[in-house]
Design a protein around this ligand. Structure first.
Ligand SMILES: [Zn+2]
Ligand SMILES: [Zn+2]
Length: 337
C-alpha cells in the first residue's frame, strides 16, 4: 500500500508498505478521506500537537473510511462498515482519566500523532475510538468528525447557554465556520465573526447567516459579547477576545498559540466582569454529538472543504509552497462510498 511518511521534521516521502494487521481489539480501515489542519502544520514543523509526533510517522488524525478487517475481540464492527475514527486514545488509568478530564490524560496516544494515521491507504485503530457513519453522512463529510468534535467539546464545557446571548467568533477559518454552526445548534442566535478579507467575510455572512462580520484590518470589533471564541491563536486576537466581553462572559481560547506565547489582560476587568477564560483542547466523548449534528444537517462541512488534494500534494500544503484557501482534505480513496 501507499503511505505518506513523515521521515523527519519538515520531510515527507511516499513509501510502499505492507498493509498493517489489526491487533485483537483493533479495526483495519481503508482510508477514504483525511483532513489536514493546523495541528499537522505544527507536527510537520517539529512542534507538539495534543502530543509529540516522533518520525517516522504517518500523520492524519481526521479520518474516514471503510473497515476491511477486524481483530478477534472486536464486537461492533465488521468488514464493509463505514467509519470515522476519533484519534484520541485515553489510558483510563491516570489521575486525569479518573477525574473525568480525559483530554489531559497523562498517557494520551493519538492516531496520526503518536501512531500511524490516515495519510496512507490503510491504518489501524482501536475499536473503542471507531464510530459508525450513518448513511446520511458522506465519507467526505465524515473526515471532519474530529474537528467538529473539537468544537462540540467547547460546547460541552460551556455553562448555561441562552438564546439571547451574543456571541463573537474571532477568526474565519474552518473551525470558526464550524463554531458559527455549533453556536446556533446549541441555541445562540446573534453571532458576529471577524476576519481580514471583505470578499470572504461577505460570503461567510451569507453562507452562515451571521449577524455581523467585521474586517479587523479596517475596523474595530463593535461592542461586547456574552460568549467569545478565539479561533486564531495570536496574542493580539487573544487580547481582543478578553477585551470584548460583557459581564459574566465566557471566553474560550481555542486557537493554538506557540508554546511559551503570552498576552496581556486587564485583571481588574476579569474581577469586575467575573469573566471565565477557558482553554478548549481536543474532543473527549464528542463524536456521538457530532454525528447527530451532521446527520440532522445542523452542521454542514462539505461547502467548506475547499481544497481537495492527493497524498502527493500534502507536503506542498504543509510547507506552504502550494497556495491554498479553505480547509484541505486528502482524497486517499474517493471511490469509497
Ligand atoms: Zn485536526
Ligand atoms: Zn489517562
Amino acid at each position: 500500500m501507499k503511505a505518506l511518511v513523515m521521515t523527519a521534521k519538515q520531510q515527507m516521502e511516499i513509501e510502499e508498505r505492507e498493509v498493517p494487521t489489526p491487533k485483537d481489539d483493533e479495526v483495519l480501515v481503508e482510508t477514504a478521506y483525511a483532513g489536514i489542519c493546523g495541528t499537522d502544520n505544527a507536527l510537520f514543523n517539529g512542534l507538539p500537537g495534543s502530543a509529540d509526533a516522533v518520525p517516522p510517522i504517518v500523520l492524519g488524525h481526521e479520518n474516514s473510511g471503510v473497515v476491511r478487517a477486524v481483530g478477534k475481540n472486536v464486537k461492533n464492527f465488521k468488514e464493509g462498515d463505514r467509519v470515522a475514527v476519533d484519534p484520541n486514545i485515553y489510558c483510563g488509568k491516570c489521575h486525569y482519566c479518573h477525574i473525568g478530564l480525559y483530554e489531559e490524560c497523562e498517557n494520551l496516544s493519538a492516531v496520526g500523532v503518536t501512531r500511524d494515521g490516515g495519510l496512507e491507504q490503510y491504518f489501524t485503530a482501536p475499536e473503542e475510538v471507531t464510530y459508525h457513519v450513518p448513511d446520511a453522512i458522506s465519507l467526505k463529510a465524515a473526515c471532519s468528525m474530529e474537528p467538529i468534535s473539537c468544537g462540540v467539546h467547547t460546547m460541552h464545557i460551556t455553562e448555561d447557554i441562552q438564546p439571547s446571548m451574543k456571541a463573537l467568533i474571532i477568526g474565519d477559518g474552518y473551525m470558526a465556520k464550524l463554531f458559527a454552526q455549533l453556536l446556533r445548534a446549541y441555541g445562540i442566535q446573534d453571532i458576529t465573526m471577524t476576519g481580514r478579507h471583505d470578499d470572504l467575510l461577505a460570503q461567510e455572512k451569507e453562507q452562515l447567516n451571521l449577524t455581523h462580520v467585521v474586517n479587523t484590518t479596517k475596523e474595530d470589533i463593535p461592542g461586547n459579547y456574552d460568549f467569545v471564541i478565539e479561533a486564531v491563536g495570536k496574542p493580539e486576537t487573544q487580547e481582543q477576545a478578553v477585551e470584548h466581553t460583557n459581564p459574566g462572559a465566557q471566553v474560550f481560547m481555542f486557537g493554538v498559540g506557540a508554546p511559551g506565547q503570552t498576552f496581556s489582560m486587564n485583571t481588574y476587568e476579569i474581577f469586575k466582569k467575573q469573566l471565565t477564560v477557558k482553554g478548549s483542547m481536543i474532543n473527549p466523548h464528542a463524536f456521538v454529538d457530532s454525528i447527530a449534528l451532521l446527520e440532522s444537517g445542523a452542521v454542514k462541512v462539505e461547502p467548506f472543504q475547499a481544497n481537495v488534494i492527493s497524498l502527493e500534494e500534502v507536503e506542498g500544503v504543509l510547507d506552504h509552497s502550494t497556495p491554498k484557501t479553505g480547509k484541505t482534505i486528502v482524497a486517499v480513496n474517493p471511490n469509497l462510498k
